[in-house]
Design a protein around this ligand. Structure first.
Ligand SMILES: *Cc1c(COP(=O)(O)O)cnc(C)c1O
Length: 366
């Protein structure tokens, strides 16, 4: 009988955000996957449609137009870039390139649920360092968790699902405590939504540290989640290793074309991001006025720390047409989206009792 390798059985399942259940007479909102609620820009859609008309051809395996556009935009060399089918794929690629069985990967927890999946799939050992009570990475504990077997550290900023982002000073100090032989991955999936003092300057980290690699995506701020395209920025050595292990022709021609068109339409797309950030500010104000609090949200989502109450909260949200993302026994993540979804969530909070330990105003800022 054929059998997969033993670690394959240990891979935890990925739980996708559920679509809302249809409720007659009520518009439902999908707030479970941190998607961009705006439809594609006409210019991006037209370019993607044109690319689709050549779907009998393989895509450009070298992603030349995308790398050129990104290199100009980020002021890096094209060989410092590696694109893949979403930044989730890049996590797999970097573990394939830098980790083997017995190697350790340090990351915060709760953090992005793809991390333990990818680490286990690589046959490596995950070392989960609990986030602080306000949902922040505990960088001192993460540095202390590094051993001779550590090959990779994953930082998620802003952290999905808890929300807070790291400052540049925090990451720079952390890098000073990490040996050069350890690859430090900075997952910046929600970078465009950050509004705080001293935000992480990823390209500056890459210039200063050959062991840093940034992961970015077109899925969130740019609204291309369905097309699957993300990229890494690092040293030529690191980026080259990621390109080497990638599946050939992974990023489709439609995705490449849409990504390039999105970079060309960046002003329009960033205006939408500004609107979502304004909606986030309004949501946080509503949450506070309803007597609840959340950790400082710097992405397009908020986190309710609910412990055992997560499932009931998600069910109550479902009753009013809001599909949210519960993490059993821990909490609920809710995406920032249409204003009506904000109003409905705040109305719901007013009818529920905040969990013990929730203190109004404990969220630090918006
Ligand atoms: C959404 C997300 C990604 C990006 O996923 P894609 O594969 O690019 O769609 C990466 N990291 C985190 C933390 C995310 O939340």
């Amino acid at each position: 009988m054929v059998e997969p390798l033993p670690h394959v059985r240990e891979i935890p399942p990925y739980v996708p955000g559920r679509p809302p259940a249809a409720r007659p007479g009520l518009t439902s909102y999908k707030l479970s996957s941190n998607e961009n609620p705006y439809p594609p820009l006409a210019s991006v859609l037209a370019t993607a449609e044109q690319a689709a008309s050549a779907m009998n051809r393989y895509p450009d395996m070298g992603c030349a137009a995308l790398y050129d556009a990104l290199a100009t935009r980020l002021d890096v060399e094209t060989d410092q870039l590696a694109a893949a089918t979403g930044s989730v794929a890049l996590i797999y690629h970097l573990l394939a390139a830098f980790c083997g069985p017995g190697d350790e990967v340090v990351h915060a927890w709760r953090s992005f649920e793809a991390y333990p999946i990818a680490v286990t799939a690589a046959g490596a050992t995950g070392v989960k360092v609990p986030v602080t009570s306000d949902g922040r990475h505990d960088l001192a504990a993460m540095a202390a968790a590094i051993t001779d077997r550590t090959r990779v550290v994953l930082l998620c900023t802003p952290n999905n699902p808890t929300g807070p982002a790291l400052t540049h000073a925090e990451v720079a100090a952390f890098l000073g405590a990490v040996p050069d032989r350890v690859l430090v991955v900075v997952d910046e999936a929600y970078l465009e939504f950050v509004r705080m003092d001293d935000p992480v300057d990823g390209p500056a980290l890459v210039r200063a540290h050959p062991n840093v690699v940034l992961l970015r995506t077109f899925s969130k701020a740019y609204g291309l989640a369905g097309l699957r395209v993300g990229y890494a920025v690092g040293s030529a050595e690191v980026a080259g290793a990621l390109r080497a292990v990638a599946l050939p022709f992974g990023v489709s021609s439609v995705a490449q074309a849409a990504a390039v068109a999105s970079l060309a339409a960046e002003d329009e797309l960033m205006a939408r991001v500004d609107s979502l950030v304004a909606e986030r500010v309004r949501l946080v104000a509503g949450i506070r006025s309803a007597g609840w609090s959340v950790p400082d949200p710097q992405g397009n989502f908020v986190w309710f720390d609910l412990g055992a109450g997560a499932a009931d909260f998600a069910a109550a949200a479902g009753e009013v047409g809001l599909a949210v993302r519960p993490f059993a026994g821990e909490g609920v993540r809710v995406s920032v989206a249409e204003p009506e979804s904000t109003d409905r969530l705040v109305d719901l909070l007013r009818t529920l009792t905040p969990p013990v330990g929730t203190t109004v105003g404990s969220s630090r800022s918006t």
